[in-house]
Design a protein around this ligand. Structure first.
Ligand code: ADP
Ligand code: MG
Length: 348
C-alpha cells in the first residue's frame, strides 16, 4: 500500500516558477507584462531593446511614476501590487495589471534587474535577482525619473521550458506583435523597439488624426489605412461606444491576422465579439475571407470581468446580448452605408 507523503509548503521560488508557467510562456509574454506595467505607471514614453528574439535580453525603460526605494524589493514578490487592495477594487479595475504576479514570475525564471527613481527621490535605486531564493539587495544607480527593467537569459534555470522556445525569428515575431498591440491601444504614448541593435519602430505620441493614421500605417502597412472605413458609434442609453477603423468589404484578407479589438483599452479575444463581427460582414465577404480592423470598444468597467485568465486576454460581459447586438449593428451600419439599398438598419 502507498503511504502518504508529508505535506510541505512550497518555497517561494518554486511557487513563483509554477505561477510563471501561466504568465511567462516566451519573451513576448515578458514584454507584454513589462509594457503593461509601464502604461499603468503613466509612462508617456517607452523604449524597448531586445537581443536574440528577447531570449538573451529584454531591456525596457519608461518615464512613468517610478517605484520608491522601499518598495523595490516588494515589487518583486508575489501578490504584491499597488493597483488593488480590496475585492471591490477588482470590480472596477482600470489598470492593465492587478495580480501582482508578473515581476515575481519573471524574476523566478530569468536574471532580472529593476532600477527606478520617483520624482521625490534625488537618486535612483536598483534591485537584482537571479532566479534564486535570495533577498534582493539594493544598490544606488544612475537613472532619470521612471523605471528600467532588464531581463536576461530567460529560462536559464528551467531548461525544460527553454526547450519550448522557437527560433529567434519566431520569438521576435511574437514579441513584435505584442508591441504592435500595445502601440495601437495607446496612441498617446511614444514607443520604440530595437532588435539586435537595429531600430524597427520609433513611434512618437500620436494625438491628431493625422498622427494616428501615420502610426496605423507604420504598424499595419499603408494598405490597411487605404482600405479602411472610420467608425464611431455610441449608444446613449447603455453608454457603449465603438470606434476605430474597419476594412472595406472589398479589402478582405486570407488570414485573420489584422484584427485588433480593444475593450476599455485592453486587447481581447472573445467569442461574442467574433460572432458579432462575422455576422456584420457575412453578406459582403466570401467564405474563408477575413476583415481587418482596429476597434476600440468602451463600456462601464463594472459590467465586464477581466479577471478570467492570468494573461487577461479573455473577458466576460455581464450583458453579452446587448454587447453583441451593439457591435453587430454598429459595424453593419457602416457597411450598409456603402450600399444604399441596405440603409434600413440603424445602430441605436
Ligand atoms: P501588477 O502589475 O499586477 O501589480 P507586477 O508584478 O507586474 O504586478 O508589478 C508589481 C508592482 O510593481 C506594481 O503593482 C507596481 O506598483 C510596480 N511596478 C512594476 N513595474 C513598474 C513600472 N514600470 N513603473 C512603476 N511601477 C512599477
Ligand atoms: Mg503587471
Amino acid at each position: 500500500m502507498k503511504t502518504p507523503s508529508p505535506i510541505r509548503l512550497l518555497s517561494a521560488q518554486l511557487a513563483n516558477q509554477i505561477a510563471a508557467g501561466e504568465v511567462v510562456e516566451r519573451p513576448a509574454s515578458v514584454v507584454k507584462e513589462l509594457l503593461e506595467n509601464s502604461l499603468d505607471a503613466g509612462a508617456t514614453r517607452i523604449d524597448l531593446e531586445v537581443e536574440q528574439g528577447g531570449v538573451r535580453l529584454i531591456r525596457l525603460r519608461d518615464n512613468g511614476v517610478g517605484i520608491a526605494r522601499e518598495d523595490l524589493a516588494l515589487a518583486l514578490s508575489r501578490h504584491a501590487t499597488s493597483k488593488i487592495q480590496v475585492l471591490d477594487d477588482l470590480e472596477a479595475v482600470s489598470s492593465l495589471g492587478f495580480r501582482g504576479e508578473a515581476l515575481a514570475s519573471i524574476s523566478s525564471v530569468a536574471r532580472l534587474t529593476l532600477t527606478s527613481r520617483t520624482p521625490e527621490q534625488s537618486e535612483a535605486w536598483s534591485v537584482r535577482v537571479e532566479g534564486r531564493d535570495m533577498e534582493p539587495s539594493l544598490q544606488p544607480a544612475a537613472h532619470p525619473q521612471g523605471t528600467s527593467v532588464e531581463v536576461k537569459d530567460l529560462f536559464f534555470n528551467t531548461p525544460a521550458r527553454r526547450k519550448f522556445l522557437k527560433t529567434e525569428k519566431t520569438e521576435f515575431a511574437h514579441l513584435e506583435e505584442v508591441v504592435k498591440r500595445l502601440a495601437l491601444s495607446r496612441f498617446d504614448v511614444g514607443f520604440s523597439l530595437m532588435h539586435n541593435g537595429k531600430t524597427l519602430y520609433q513611434l512618437k505620441p500620436a494625438l491628431t488624426e493625422m498622427e494616428k493614421e501615420r502610426r496605423l500605417s507604420q504598424l499595419l502597412g499603408g494598405h490597411f489605412l487605404e482600405h479602411a472605413l472610420v467608425i464611431d458609434m455610441q449608444a446613449e442609453a447603455s453608454g457603449l461606444r465603438l470606434s476605430g477603423w474597419m476594412s472595406r468589404p472589398t479589402h478582405s484578407r486570407s488570414q485573420p491576422d489584422q484584427q485588433y479589438f480593444f475593450v476599455n483599452g485592453r486587447i481581447i479575444r472573445d467569442k461574442v465579439v467574433n460572432h458579432a463581427v462575422r455576422q456584420a460582414y457575412q453578406d459582403v465577404l466570401f467564405n474563408g475571407r477575413h476583415p481587418a480592423f482596429v476597434l476600440f470598444f468602451e463600456l462601464d468597467p463594472a459590467t465586464v470581468d477581466v479577471n478570467v485568465h492570468p494573461t487577461k486576454h479573455e473577458v466576460r460581459f455581464r450583458e453579452s446580448r446587448l454587447v453583441h447586438d451593439f457591435i453587430y449593428r454598429s459595424l453593419y451600419r457602416v457597411i450598409a452605408d456603402l450600399r444604399p439599398q441596405d440603409q434600413v438598419v440603424s445602430a441605436s
